[in-house]
Design a protein around this ligand. Structure first.
Ligand SMILES: *Cc1c(COP(=O)(O)O)cnc(C)c1O
Length: 342
């Protein structure tokens, strides 16, 4: 009965496929050799984001992981350290790249429940100028973090702290535009506080590949060098940049639909008796007792719904471009069946 149903994939917003219009834009993109800096579509994308987010320069890279890595390599030298959240992507989910490739030490600290790093904890983690210690250079924040949006006044306070203590401030803004849409502010309201920002085009924005790192001319020149060293120098990358450009033109405002659907999903799950730990922007985290996870998996397989089980302590459900209202109804129905079987 369910065999003919298409799969609904709520594991991540990375699973989106390019729309026909995006593929068309990609097929028609003017291109050149980007390692020579001669790809007009890459250059247009970089100039556009630099302007929109308020930076001197930008760099198109294959992934968010590489973008964060290049930022760390550009801000820090061997023997430096960066302060970062214990559950931040940059620290936990990027293979320790800054340590592996840059001899840059992380100083992880606990997140507050809203995803911020408490300012007094950041302050307390900064090491004195002493030969015993790594040199603290940089603070790295993530917005959104687990779907949560950082308060704008917190960002201003973090900036003030970094200025006072002589540190740089980097934003892993993989989902910056989810925060922008949720706060209903121009992107610069968020990005103005940072020395560098990394934005993913391949998450909720729906492009197949690519991230952009933004910063000063000097920082981006260093990052460009490191990009080549890391094997991230691409040639006719305008094909990819065109998908990213299309995403910025057509898929930003619609993130509000993903947020509304995540809210509807959270309400429906709660009503079905499932414990919702949090819902903000396009992510819903639910608590399912460990002994019921196999039943959840079976129930979701039966309904052709993919969810992330066992990756984080809670089960994560992510709405995106390829989840419409009908799909959401099917998901809610599947969870209601699961809850009723308890
Ligand atoms: C996905 C993600 C990244 C890394 O992006 P990739 O393109 O998967 O390497 C970095 N930070 C956060 C918060 C992410 O969600």
């Amino acid at each position: 009965m369910t065999a003919d149903l298409t799969w609904i994939d709520l594991r991540s917003d990375t699973v989106t496929c390019p729309t026909p219009a995006m593929r068309e834009a990609m097929a028609c993109a003017p291109v050149g050799d980007d390692v020579y800096g001669e790809d007009p579509t890459v250059n247009a994308l970089q100039a556009r984001l630099a302007d929109e987010l308020g930076f001197e320069a930008a760099l198109f890279v294959p992934s968010g992981t590489q973008s964060n890595l290049l930022a760390l390599l550009a801000h820090c030298e061997r023997g430096d350290e960066y302060i970062v959240g214990m559950d931040a992507h940059t620290y936990k989910y990027e293979g320790g790249g800054a340590a592996v490739l840059g001899s840059i030490q992380p100083q992880p600290i606990l997140h507050a429940t809203d995803g911020t790093l408490p300012l007094s904890d950041i302050d307390g983690a900064i090491k004195p100028d002493d030969a015993h210690f790594a040199r603290t250079r940089l603070v790295c924040l993530e917005n959104t973090w687990h779907g949560r949006v950082m308060p704008l006044d917190y960002l201003a306070q973090a900036r003030a702290l970094c200025d006072r203590r002589g540190l740089a401030l980097h934003l892993d803004g993989a989902r910056l535009y989810n925060a922008v849409v949720a706060c209903n502010v121009p992107p610069r309201e968020i990005t103005q506080h940072f020395d560098s920002v990394s934005v993913c085009l391949s998450k909720g924005l729906g492009a197949p590949v690519g991230s952009v790192l933004l910063g000063s001319q000097a920082l981006i020149s260093k990052a460009r060098r490191w990009r080549k060293v890391c094997g991230g120098g691409m040639r006719q990358a305008g094909i990819l940049a065109a998908g990213a450009m299309h995403a910025l033109d057509h898929h930003v405002a619609r993130l509000a639909d993903d947020h509304a659907r995540a809210a509807r999903l959270a309400d429906a799950l709660q009503a079905a008796g499932i414990s919702v730990r949090s819902q903000q922007t396009n992510m819903v985290f639910i608590e399912v007792p460990t002994d019921r996870l196999p039943a959840l998996k079976a129930c979701m397989d039966e309904a052709r719904v993919r969810v992330s089980i066992g990756y984080t302590p809670a089960v994560r459900l992510v709405t995106h471009l390829d989840v419409d209202d009908d799909a959401l109804d099917r998901v809610i129905h599947a969870f209601s069946n699961f809850a009723a079987a308890a």
